[in-house]
Design a protein around this ligand. Structure first.
Ligand code: TNX
Length: 562
């Protein structure tokens, strides 16, 4: 794509010689030196200049070119005028220092040449919306006080700075006006910390990445067959026993190879609070997932009474779907309610994710408690029993002021009355839920599973679970299905990229699988379709991905050759 190359630098010649009123004749040597400096200066400056619409990911709703340049340096003042929250202010000061080595110069009154934050006069403005105005004599970010708009305006400013930094560490920002607001309310990225466990520092780095691309939801998959990763004070064995397995699957599933190393880890409640706070400071809500009634082997290994058989089992070493699931007897609900009570207290967001996927019904068919439950509750079959389970949990969560969300299996046997559905087996579950007037987050395996391969031939890639979701297919994803009427479409909250980690062994590999596909997804979620353009996106991505280098992000690089 042809870019607009704009000349931002009208060069003014030095008039000192005139003032001295002396006739100076340039020697040939001086003229050559002067010309050389001039050419060098223009080259350095033009190399730093970025056309105004090639800077951002995700692309804002409106960007308008303006004339001139704003020079930002250590002597630029910042006037926050009490409109930024303390959290936004701390974030901004920190990132300027860490990422750009810039000092913070707070102004008590606005002076021309400064960067100022202004409260929007329009009280109807979306809380996530912002305006960024870069002019030669100052930069202004306007948003609603207390909303996320200032933070997103700051993200744009940071992207602009990264694109305009010169070698001396100052910045020549092209003047422009940006007016922006997100398309979707749920802009999510997920991370499975059960199949492989990732340290707290990495969780924070992942959240930093989400924030840079204006995601606002971090779905933290905390419990599964292969590990229980959240400390629950009332049930210490969940982490003493359930967080550790005596080996892991090695290589491809078909090989059925295992090591014998003890593997595991968990987050203490203090650490969880730290993550929640860290995310909140970046306007990201953390949605915890506590899996039930399936994917519960680790919990059952810790407390065998939770299953139908009561057998002592081991935390799973293999990947897959397992028959040991939570029983539907009352003592299990008592246990889960106590667990959820602690979970609810840790996560201030609206939603709690209860999983609900891949629950084999084999044990329920042979369990006297479950069969009695079927009869007592007049349930037709085990699908209705699963629905009973989920509804009972929803009832509890609602009584605690929380909303419940689950994978699309929670539609089977009848959807709980207020539940939101995360559609992963294609979009049909999401379509069905929206038609029933339930909120939906679209996360279909194709193309939202970032544990699938991203490049072909697959043999050149690190072993992955399968599938093929290239960058282009993520960028082309449309979360609102055509099958829905205008009023039904309103139930689509947004979409989410999922990073399941059976075959993702460490943080570097998470980064490799997530980036740059999450950059493409960020534009799907933020940018109105009319402003999306695949070729332009690729160009921006190629230029801007370098912004991640100081953070040492191990992004997949094949797109650079695309
Ligand atoms: C399906 S998505 C699962 C996960 C796996 C994932 C692997 C969902 C609700 N369940 O347990 O990790 O596939 O791609």
């Amino acid at each position: 794509m042809q870019e607009n190359i704009i000349n931002y630098f009208p060069i003014k010649l030095n008039k000192r010689d005139n003032k001295r009123k002396t006739q100076i004749t340039m020697t040939k040597k001086r003229r050559i030196r002067f010309q050389f400096c001039f050419v060098l200066l223009s080259y350095v400056l033009s190399a730093q200049l970025q056309p105004y619409d090639t800077i951002f990911i995700p692309q804002p709703a409106v960007t308008e070119k303006a004339n001139g340049v704003f020079y930002l340096s250590n002597s630029t003042g910042w006037f926050t005028g009490n409109v930024l929250t303390q959290a936004d202010l701390d974030y901004l000061r920190g990132i300027l220092n860490i990422q750009f080595n810039l000092k913070w110069l707070e102004l008590s009154t606005y002076k021309p040449g400064a960067i100022r934050f202004t409260e929007a006069s329009d009280t109807g403005m979306d809380l996530e919306a912002y305006e960024l105005n870069i002019a030669p004599d100052g930069i202004e970010i306007t948003a609603r006080k207390g909303g996320a708009g200032f933070f997103y305006g700051i993200q744009c400013l940071l992207q602009c700075m990264a694109a305009s930094q010169n070698h001396a560490g100052s910045f020549a920002l092209p003047c422009m006006k940006v007016k922006d607001a997100p398309r979707f309310k749920w802009r999510g990225m997920h991370l499975d910390v059960c199949r492989h466990f990732f340290p707290l520092d990495f969780i924070k780095k992942y959240i930093d990445l989400l924030a840079m691309y204006k995601f606002n939801t971090f779905h933290w998959h905390l419990t599964d067959d292969q590990g229980w990763r959240i400390e629950i004070k009332k049930f210490p064995k969940l982490t003493e026993v359930g967080a550790w397995r005596n080996g892991s699957m090695l290589g491809a599933y078909a090989d059925q190879n295992f090591d014998t190393l003890r593997y595991g880890g968990f987050y203490t409640q203090d650490e969880i609070r730290e993550v929640v706070k860290y995310a909140a400071q970046r306007h990201i809500v953390v949605v915890p997932e506590i899996e039930m009634p399936g994917h519960a082997v680790a919990a059952i290994a810790a407390y065998p009474f939770l299953s139908c058989t009561g057998r002592q089992i081991q935390v799973e070493k293999a990947w897959g779907v397992f028959n040991e699931v939570f029983c539907t007897k009352d003592s299990v609900f008592d246990f889960l309610e106590q667990v959820l009570e602690e979970v609810v207290a840790l996560f201030p967001g609206q939603y709690i994710h209860i999983g609900g996927d891949e629950c084999p019904k084999l044990n329920w068919k042979e369990c006297r408690h479950c069969q009695k439950r079927l009869r007592d509750e007049h349930l037709k079959d085990e699908h209705e029993l699963q629905s009973y389970f989920v509804k009972r949990i929803e009832n509890f969560l609602n009584s605690k002021g929380k909303k419940m969300i689950g994978w699309d299996e929670i539609l089977e046997g009848g959807l709980a009355p207020n539940a939101a559905v995360m559609s992963w087996r294609g979009t049909s579950g999401g379509i069905a839920a929206a038609k029933l007037k339930h909120h939906v987050v679209m996360s279909p395996g194709k193309p939202c599973y970032f544990d699938h391969y991203q490049y072909q031939p697959k043999t050149n890639e690190p072993l992955a679970i399968g599938g093929y979701n290239p960058l282009d297919s993520v960028y082309a994803f449309e979360p609102v299905p055509k099958e829905l009427s205008a009023s039904e479409q309103k139930y689509i909250l947004g979409a989410q990229g999922n990073v399941w980690t059976e075959y993702i062994l460490n943080p570097k590999q998470v980064e490799y699988m997530a980036v740059p596909r999450m950059c493409a997804l960020s534009e799907v979620l933020w940018t109105i379709p009319e402003r999306k353009n695949r070729i332009n996106f690729l160009m921006r991505l190629k230029r801007r991905i370098k912004m991640l280098d100081p953070m040492q992000v191990n992004y997949a690089k094949h797109f650079l050759k695309q």
